[in-house]
Design a protein around this ligand. Sequence first.
Ligand code: ACM
Length: 261
Amino acid sequence: MKIGYYQFNPEFGNVENNIEKMTKALESVHADLIVLPELATSGYLFTNKEEPRSLAEKFPGILSKEFLRLSEKTGTSYVVGFPEYAEEGVYNSAALITPEGIQYIYRKTHLFFEEKKYFLPGKEYKIVDVKGYKIGILICFDHMFPEAARTLALKGAQVICHPSNLVLPEYGQLTTRVRALENRVFWILANRIGTEERGGSKLVYTGESQILSPKGEIINRAGAEEESVFVTEIDPEEAADKKVTEFNNIFEDRRPEIYTL
Ligand code: ACM
């Protein structure tokens, strides 16, 4: 299975430009699965509730149309972050878009900082199929909750896709390595780069997108500041091996009866 990411600097508020930038960058890249950052269509640093609502995708919108066209052309599936319009409010979501259509939308379950003012939290973790392999999705701050990745792994995830806008230096790059190795899964962290300054606040995004093996090895890591497309070949079946030693299996050795969760 060929997996990869696109790390770039979305321009705040310019959905059309951001979608054009992503689709242009990926037009001649062929893989099975490519992950893009969190809120890649809109940017991140909102200053009021109206902004995420007005920048949100109301299906079917420009994101669906352009990524479906791209997916049909390249044969690649994409996981891309965007604000999702719903009757009841806006979600911080990521869509799995394949040549066959939009297969799944994950809604971020752990909202970070002021996201709590702008978004509703999602309520489920689900496994979806890409080319016969089991894929799970988490978004950014979800990485701080080992239960989220563990739930996906227990449901059979072989590859976890992780669109992000990480701002705490080294946190996400460290935890995702641990999540990959403690669950024995592949992990695609697609982070963004750049700086946003709006309404008196400033955020610097940490880049360093990375692909991790089920042993926590860094297969590839992007730079902290440059735009980057990367694709590599993996064997997702390696994620079936939950053995740590001859005597230890990461799932069978769990002791849920004595945990407080
Ligand atoms: C984050 O969850 N965007 C830090």
